[in-house]
Design a protein around this ligand. Structure first.
Ligand code: PLP
Length: 399
């Protein structure tokens, strides 16, 4: 296998029926068999290359899963109807009642809510830690801990997880390291750095078009097979199947992901530097003053840059709201949740994608109520975007 994630995707030979250059789209929920015996063998997992029923596997989802596995350099992958179903299925595929999870306190708000509010229904408890404090991480591990959970670059504080060291800790304690790499596809390859399971919201950079919701789980073949076991596989039984029409679209978008990631990084790096020059409190992992900068540099594929995400701290949610409204009015981007889109998106994290995190916890983790998270787009003239933001800051007398 070639070293670069984009090259590994390009090396895949995926054709459609009749020699189509794009794989054919699966338009069937079920599949015929010539022999009853083969059907039974497919049920019991003994028949290779057969499709049984689309919730289990279908050719379109298999093509996309193969591309995800190629990108992550894992043995296998599975695609899901959302990032949250990827996360919940991967977690529930490992944990049973009375198990315990150690997680970064800074994660996407939905993940925090799953761990903090939902999984306790099944007696699965989570201890939240500052993921950059490795002593605290190790101390939080209990005999019943099954998962160490983090995001490569955390949402929204943009902390950098030390994946190699976290993998060492996980290995020492016989638990799985699960990493959400939604912010940094191609930039960081968590499985190569020691993660056991990599999860994605494909909704974001990987698809990049904001036209659908999807997710993926990349791991070894044994884990992926266990998820879709017809008798007790979490994904097979909870059924978060991705629509094959959507997966075929996402697969095509993956072929431009490497170009997009470079441009997102270049634009974010420019915008971060210019906003910093204005004296704003900017967080961007590409700054050498960012506490995780060296760590990220040591883990990343340099040519893809430091990613498309940055934050600025406007101190209060009122100031953040005024600035965001003005930026949208001037055309700098959209006031919207989500990320990884070709347009620049911004939102006030505490009042949106992290609103599930109690205010007290937000304060404890150092998340200002005025934090604006930017997902910097593929703006052709990022200089203009900056000028629009600057004009707002001047008009509002925020400089
Ligand atoms: N992981 C991260 C880092 C996210 O930002 C999000 C959504 O915002 C998710 C997972 C959940 O993904 P989805 O909305 O596709 O379910």
């Amino acid at each position: 296998m070639k070293k670069d994630p984009a090259t590994r995707i390009q090396m895949l030979e995926q054709f459609g029926e009749f020699g189509g250059v794009n794989p054919s789209v699966t338009d069937s929920a079920t599949y015929t068999f010539m022999q009853a015996k083969t059907m039974l063998e497919t049920f019991t997992g003994e028949a290779e290359g057969c499709f049984l029923y689309s919730r289990h596997w279908n050719p379109s989802n298999k093509f996309l899963a193969d591309a995800i596995a190629a990108m992550e350099d894992t043995e296998a992958a599975w695609v899901t109807a959302s990032g949250m179903s990827a996360i919940s299925n991967a977690i529930m595929g490992i944990c049973k009642a009375d198990d315990h999870i150690v997680s970064s306190v800074t994660t996407y708000g939905g993940t925090f809510a799953l761990l903090n509010n939902y999984l306790p229904k099944f007696n699965i408890e989570t201890t939240f830690v500052n993921i950059t404090d490795l002593d605290a991480v190790e101390k939080a591990i209990r005999p019943n801990t099954k998962i160490l959970y983090t995001e490569s670059v955390t949402n929204p504080l943009l902390q950098i997880s030390d994946i190699p060291r976290l993998a060492e800790i996980a290995k020492k304690h016989g638990i799985k390291l699960m990493v959400d790499n939604t912010f940094t596809p191609m930039i960081i390859e968590p499985a190569k750095l020691g993660a056991d399971v990599v999860v994605y919201s494909l909704t974001k950079f990987v698809n990049g078009k904001n036209d659908c919701v999807a997710g993926a789980i990349a791991a070894d073949a044994e884990f992926i097979s266990s998820l879709i076991d017809v008798n007790d596989g979490t994904s097979m039984l909870l059924g978060p199947v991705l629509d094959p029409m959507r997966s075929s679209q996402i697969l095509k978008n993956m072929h431009t992901l490497h170009i997009r990631m470079k441009q997102h990084s270049e634009n974010a790096s420019y915008l971060a530097a210019k906003l910093d020059e204005l004296g704003l409190k900017v967080v961007y992992p590409g700054f050498d003053t960012h506490p995780g900068h060296e760590l990220m540099s040591s883990m990343m594929n340099e040519k893809y840059g430091y990613g498309g995400m940055l934050t600025i701290d406007m101190e209060t949610s009122e100031r953040a709201a005024k600035l965001m409204e003005c930026m949208e009015e001037k055309g700098a981007g959209y006031l919207a949740v989500s990320l990884g889109y070709f347009k620049t998106l911004f939102s006030n994290s505490g009042k949106s994608t992290s609103s599930e995190v109690p205010e007290e916890t937000q304060k404890e983790m150092g998340m200002s109520e005025g934090l604006i998270r930017f997902s910097v787009g593929l703006d052709n003239e990022i200089e203009n975007t900056f000028e629009m933001i600057k004009a707002c800051l001047e008009e509002l007398k925020f400089l």
